[in-house]
Design a protein. Structure first.
Lengths: 316, 252
């Protein structure tokens, strides 16, 4: 069977999970598409998953109240072994990429990380993924009785839920004790659309001049379009914006329909987080800035003049 | 205690990438220690400087050239280095077996490694190593202290950040924000030349790659590059909005 680990938050199945379903269906490997729900009080999640998969396995356990890499890996590996899974698909979120290597080691399986394309060729899985800070696309092959893969969010269209629910089964597991003790949580709260889901992203760099400049130009332009806000590492390091808004190698990877780079010169670490955007718009005073080399549209000029003029134009 | 820090040697981020014969060509290019791993080396040094009695071992797996990265770590202040010589590229799951075997042999109780590697864009090495050793892990760590045998730190999770506590032995993956890596000073560079780099052959570790590389491609999206002169601010803004609305159709 193909095992899909359902990622969920606030009682809802994540968009990445719906993308896993599409990726799994396209693979056409043998056996039922099995969704695994780990958590506590996850009835609503299981019901939602039951409209996406062929069968749902539910582990509702007090120990699984909060995500933990060791617990998740133990649960997934145990279910995979008992169900004889040949393929395990996991969303490429921070947590997915953290526990999936443990699953692969437990099952002595190869791990395909952050794949953007996946095919079964005579029983082997051939994957496409980005390397070298998202500048190179590699094709790799994994063979084995069981293969683990994490799927890069946004690489497949999310599956649409069916009318009917498939069968759900409760599963008991032996889970290990939790060894990483979480003593405090700071949850990112944002009224805006999330960076990774947004159709339009407006990001700012040093060129905006000051925290006030960032608010006025970058947040202002984003508000005008209902867009998400992003920032470069320099801006985050300076403490002007929270880390959650950072786009780039050490921050988030985005591929929106339109990416506005405001006062961003285009260091390769930043480009690696946004260079797959469909349309890139750059506004910068330096015509030689590397960002213009990957821009579809751009204006060379002072962001403090250009951006307010764009906002004004959008209001028309 | 013994701290094991892993380093990888990668293409300098400022260098352009080129493909020769189905692989990324590193010949004659500027190669550096992966920035993400520098945070690990630096953090090991800081743990020691804050009073922990620790020997710091730096480990790299790869061809001869990776000794440059090991020398950099030694010049930063690591005590000794291990170079596992391998001309075969190992994926993270295979490589983690080598790291775990070294950690056991050296009786290390803390492993530090970069949160993501800049060459294969993988985040798996730390967690896979932890699993092989049956150790807990904290990934994407931004702050770290050691009190006795308890690690106290902060790291990034799916939504926001978390404060954590963890008992040694453990694996910590590092990232930007954890510290500011030092530059090796000249006296330390001189001193490092006398430090030991022990060489071992990868064959002794009985590992085989789990993945086969079929080919690489540089798929640069063709960009329109319609760059306007912004001297006439309002004309440029009007034309840009017009193009985005009616030509690219990416905004309403």
């Amino acid at each position: 069977m193909i095992l899909i680990v359902v990622e969920h938050a606030d009682g809802k199945v994540s968009k990445s999970t719906c993308e896993l379903i599409t990726a799994a269906r396209e693979l056409r490997r043998d056996g039922p598409l099995t969704a695994l729900v780990l958590g506590r009080g996850v009835a609503s999640v299981a019901a939602e998953a039951a409209r996406l998969a062929d069968q749902v396995l539910v582990v509702d356990n007090a120990q699984l109240e909060q995500y933990d890499a060791e617990l998740w890996a133990a649960g997934v590996a145990q279910v995979a072994r008992e169900g004889d899974a040949h393929t395990i698909l996991i969303a490429g979120s921070r947590s997915g990429r953290e526990y999936s290597p443990r699953v692969a080691v437990k099952l002595d399986a190869p791990l395909l990380e952050e794949v953007i394309g996946l095919k079964d060729v005579d029983g082997a899985l051939i994957a496409e993924r980005y390397t070298f800070l998202t500048r190179v696309t590699e094709r790799i092959e994994a063979q084995g009785a069981v293969i683990v893969a994490t799927i890069k969010p946004g690489s497949w269209a999310p599956a649409t839920p069916a009318q009917n629910e498939c069968e759900q089964f409760d599963v008991d597991l032996d889970l290990p004790p939790r060894r990483l003790t979480i003593t405090a949580r700071t949850r990112e709260k944002s009224e805006r659309v999330s960076l990774t889901d947004a159709d339009v992203v407006v990001s700012g760099g040093r060129g905006v001049g000051s925290p006030e400049g960032f608010t006025q130009l970058v947040v202002g332009l984003a508000d005008q379009m209902g867009a998400a806000v992003g920032a470069t590492r320099a801006i985050v390091d300076a403490g002007w914006r929270p880390y959650s808004e950072q786009v780039g190698q050490t921050g988030k990877t985005v591929q929106p329909k339109a990416y506005f780079a405001v006062g961003i010169s285009g260091a390769v670490q930043h480009l690696s987080g946004m260079n797959k955007s469909k349309c890139i718009v750059a506004i910068n005073k330096d015509a030689e800035a590397p960002i213009f080399r990957i821009a579809d549209y751009g204006i060379v000029g002072d962001v403090k003049e250009i951006v307010p003029a764009i906002i004004q134009e959008l209001r028309k | 205690m013994r701290i094991l820090t892993l380093v990888r040697q990668v293409l300098d981020a400022q260098e352009s990438v080129r493909v020769v014969g189905g692989a990324v060509d590193l010949e004659g290019r500027k190669l550096v220690m992966d920035t993400m791993d520098e945070y690990g080396v630096e953090e090991a040094l800081r743990l020691r400087e804050s009073g922990t009695d620790a020997e710091i071992i730096v480990l790299a797996v790869g061809p001869n050239r990776v000794e440059e990265a090991l020398r950099t770590a030694l010049a930063m202040g690591a005590d000794r280095a291990i170079h596992v010589e391998s001309d075969v590229a190992l994926d993270a799951i295979a490589l983690s077996s080598v790291v775990a075997q070294i950690a056991r042999a050296e009786q290390a109780t803390l492993i530090l490694c970069g949160g993501q590697q800049a060459d294969w864009d993988s985040q798996a090495l730390g967690a896979a190593t932890a699993e092989r050793l049956n150790w807990p892990q904290a990934t994407w760590t931004r702050a770290l202290k050691l009190r006795g045998t308890t690690l106290i730190g902060e790291h990034d999770a799916d939504q926001g950040s978390e404060s954590f506590e963890l008992q040694l032995p453990a694996v910590i993956t590092t990232q930007q924000g954890l510290n500011e890596p030092r530059y090796p000073t000249l006296p330390n560079i001189m001193k490092s030349k006398k430090k030991e780099i022990r060489r071992e052959s990868v064959a002794a570790f009985l590992v085989a790659p789990k993945l086969k590389l079929l080919g690489v491609e540089i798929q640069e999206k063709q960009r329109l590059k319609r760059i306007l002169d912004g001297r006439d601010v309002h004309a440029a803004a009007a034309q840009l909005v017009q193009s985005l609305r009616f030509e690219a159709r990416v905004i309403a």
